[in-house]
Design a protein around this ligand. Structure first.
Ligand code: SF4
Length: 222
């Protein structure tokens, strides 16, 4: 058994070059050839291949070459609409957090304006009290005695499955609720908004600021 890959800590990144076998000892490009070949075979499925091909085309189209250098051009919402069109999808699903209802509404409008049929389901659909999954009064956000509907990502997934959406877009589901949605949904799904209650749904700020005096606490050892 070889040492597990540690790409996040790699000091010799060569996998995006022709010298791809010159990485560190635990480089998966060197040590995981069997898995790499198995995974590669999956792309021989025409549907998977086309999905991957269009994703790479979309990726490249998100840049343009200007005299001053390679420049980005599409925000993610535009990228999603263009990608869905490339795949020929007609019916899209939105699985959103109730706390991002306004954002979900704008997204629906953008997609409908591009000619898509949109089905949207919010996380509280079903209005099932949190007690149903064992949440106690003390564990509620608003405190004891309040009615709180549970986030219901499995219901969101099943409703979108029943509607036959061909591609789904996540808007701000909580950590863990998003995981359940991915587990139960059938159509491929992408993420537009990642919930971050502190950083305006821009969670990478937690990484950018982890070495700053104000957020050093994120790097504490436990
Ligand atoms: S694949 Fe190899 S070269 Fe690339 S980041 Fe991982 S360890 Fe480094």
């Amino acid at each position: 058994m070889t040492e597990n890959p540690q790409c996040a800590k790699c000091t010799r990144v060569v996998c995006d070059s022709k010298a791809s076998l010159k990485g560190p000892e635990n480089c998966p490009t060197k040590t995981k050839q069997e898995i790499i070949q198995q995974a590669l075979a999956e792309y021989d499925d025409p549907e998977v291949r086309e999905f991957a091909r269009q994703a790479s085309i979309q990726e490249a189209e998100c840049y343009m070459h200007l005299p001053e250098g390679l420049t980005t051009r599409y925000p993610r919402v535009e990228e999603i609409a263009q990608f869905a069109k490339k795949l020929g999808y007609k019916k899209l699903g939105i699985a959103s957090c109730l706390g991002l209802k306004d954002e979900a509404e704008i997204l629906a409008e953008i997609l409908e304006n591009r000619g898509f049929e949109v089905v949207s389901v919010c996380c509280k659909a079903g209005a099932i009290p949190k007690e149903r999954i064992g949440i106690t009064e003390e564990q509620k956000i608003k405190g004891p005695g309040a009615f709180e509907a549970m986030c219901n990502p499995i219901t969101q997934a099943k409703i979108l499955n029943e509607a036959g959406t061909e591609f789904n877009i996540l808007v701000g589901l909580c950590v863990g609720h998003d995981s359940l949605f991915f587990k139960y949904v059938k159509a491929p799904t992408t993420v537009l908004v990642v919930k971050d209650r502190v950083f305006g749904h821009n969670p990478v700020m937690g990484l950018y600021l982890a070495h700053s005096p104000f957020y050093r606490k994120l790097l504490r050892k436990e």
